[in-house]
Design a protein around this ligand. Sequence first.
Ligand code: XBP
Length: 251
Amino acid sequence: MIQAILWDVDGTLAETERDGHLLAFNQAFEALQVPWRWSETHYGALLAVAGGRERLMHDMQTQEHAPADPRERRSLAERVHRLKNEYYARIVGAGELPLRAGVRELMLDCERAGLRMGIVTTTSRSNVEALLETHLGQGWESAFAAVVCAEQAPRKKPDPQAYLAALDALRLPAQEAVAMEDAPAGIAAAKAAGVPVIVTRSYYFPATESADALAVGPSLGRIDGWSPSADSGSQRIDLKQIRRWYAQCER
Ligand code: XBP
């Protein structure tokens, strides 16, 4: 039996990377007079590095105008990252980053069914707060039985630390949870923790495959394009469908 749904944040709940973090990074570069900007394509390549600060440090290895001194680089990365998160919160707070189709509806299914939910992300807590407060209101945290962010899981995905921390908080065997993920690193993290995964492909990860996922598809908001296919009785991926896929895998 499924006892909990564990939600990844970036790319899964919303297109936060393209429509949030990338814009906010470029705004922070501009405000701090950093002499480079990231394109949508370049940012896509940088997503191979988990963590905003880590991503920035990685990029500086090949940015010709980056400071040569490693301490200066680290301090610049910290300043940009802090400001990026402030800009990100502004973008989200202005209502410019909607939840992906079907996400809110599936959350409501869980609430109605009394199924626990968790947030499992290695993004900063402030980013999660900004996004969920905007969409679920001030009491957003009460909707989740566990909230694990980068501060509790410094070893970023694909390390399973965040998933293991969530399972521990929920006192749940891995097999009784289902992870909702979009990116290879997140899928790998869930699998390494033993948690079955449902993959909703996102803008930056449009072709994610996962042989042993419960299901892989384009969006929770539609029933076409899923493998295994979704039951046509609903307009979206609902909790019944998640339970169906889970039961198919148990057999
Ligand atoms: C997503 C990330 C994060 C965000 C930026 O992790 O890799 O780094 O891109 O957030 P997850 P920060 O898939 O675990 O949600 O700048 O706060 O790192």
